[in-house]
Design a protein around this ligand. Structure first.
Ligand code: CP3
Length: 355
């Protein structure tokens, strides 16, 4: 099916042996790169950049030109879905993304549209098509969405707040209201991910950045089960039936067994989870992605290499590890340090892949 030249990540996801540990970086297209800042200035704003297929594909490719990365991830944002459903997304430089009129009650949820989310987000499909052309089948392209729970937190809170009291109260006070929102999001996210695969995404990733706010029972009810429903919808569709799916719950380290049963092909780990413990827990039938503390990139050449080696040693011999950070790279990282990290992962991991 795929004629992609560097298939390392696809191989890891499909359980095929590789020669070294593949690597990509969460938020690899972002503000730590001067060329990103230049293109963003050219676009006018963050949202203009997201909605310009040509410029979005350009920033997607920027880190690929600099570093020996094994995948690209389409430049967009998880909050484009709530925007397409009717909550107007805004963005300010010192504040990040936010909604002026977050959800307060069930009527607000009823008035959200879950119809034709895919056609409203056509600009993402176009960005994927442009990017695939630029990648020229060298490496795979990752498409993504936020999880229903993580999108709900932003839609109810308006932005990332400190305590998330409003959404966490709704979990206990008005669970039926949250169920309705979740069901609308499951439908929209399913359509959106199928659209991305149709446009050319080779891998799909679900970001559950706020799953770790919940207790186990509520995590299963309001985050994991809806993600499972999305995966099962994708498995029923001819376009996405066999597409590899990565599921990342930040703070999900104590639910690895449950996540492994979701039908995903890989579990994304944040940096608080010990990777050898994770592998012992879930075994080799599923891949692991992660999990260097993003702040390790502020260290010296020696400390960066040492921190990366520890993760590679922690995983040990085997072919089911995709190296990544445990969360997004921050804007203050020196790009040179990222180069040191990526080259070291490639070199150091060879010894664990000699069958
Ligand atoms: O990884 C990539 O290179 C692809 C692009 C990507 C972005 N956002 C670009 C972006 C991806 C995969 C995301 C996902 C995303 N967006 C998540 C899930 C992952 C995670 O971080 O937990 C979340 C929670 C969001 C919501 C969001 N978007 C926040 C909280 C912020 C502000 C954070 C910050 O660093 O200021 C954004 C803005 C954003 N999304 C930026 C980028 C490059 C910075 C925007 C800019 O000023 O140019």
């Amino acid at each position: 099916m795929s004629s992609i030249k560097n298939k390392r990540i696809l191989d890891v996801l499909n359980g095929v042996p590789v020669d070294k540990t593949p690597v990509w970086i969460m938020r690899q297209a972002g503000r730590y790169l001067p060329e990103y800042k230049a293109t963003r200035a050219q676009a006018g704003s963050f949202l203009d950049l997201c909605q310009s297929p040509e410029l979005a594909s350009e920033v997607t490719i920027q880190p690929i030109k600099r570093f020996d990365l094994d995948a690209a991830i389409i430049f967009s944002d998880i909050l484009t879905i709530p925007d397409a459903m009717g909550l107007e997304l805004k963005f300010e430089d010192n504040r990040g993304p936010y909604f002026d009129n977050p959800i307060d009650d069930i009527d607000d949820i009823k008035s959200l549209s879950d119809k034709n989310t895919d056609s409203k987000l056509e600009y993402v499909a176009e960005a994927i098509i442009h990017t695939k052309e630029k990648l020229n089948n060298e490496i795979p392209l990752i498409g993504f969405s936020g999880s229903p729970w993580t999108l709900s937190t932003y839609m109810v809170e308006g932005s990332a707040t400190k305590e998330f009291r409003k959404i966490r109260s709704i979990v206990f006070k008005e669970p039926e209201m949250l169920d309705l929102l979740t069901q609308k999001l499951v439908k929209s996210i399913t359509e959106y991910l199928i659209m991305q695969a149709k446009a050319g995404a080779d891998i799909l990733m679900i970001f559950d950045s706020w799953g770790g706010l919940l207790n186990t029972q509520n995590y299963v009810n309001f985050s994991l089960n809806p993600m499972k429903e999305i995966i099962s919808n994708l498995r029923k569709n001819s376009i996405t039936r066999n597409i590899p799916i990565v599921l990342f719950t930040k703070g999900g380290g104590s639910w690895l067994n449950q996540i492994a049963e979701s039908g995903c092909n890989a579990i994304g780990l944040d940096w608080t989870t010990d990777i050898s413990m994770a592998r012992n827990t879930v075994g080799d039938n599923i891949a692991l992605q992660g999990n260097l503390d993003p702040c390790a990139l502020h260290g010296t050449e020696e400390s960066i290499k040492d921190a990366a080696s520890k993760i590679i040693d922690g995983y040990g011999f085997g072919h089911r590890h995709i190296f990544n950070l445990g969360h997004g790279i921050d804007q203050y990282v020196d790009p040179e340090n990222l180069g040191i990290l990526i080259d070291h992962v490639k070199e150091y991991s060879k010894k664990y892949h000699q069958n």
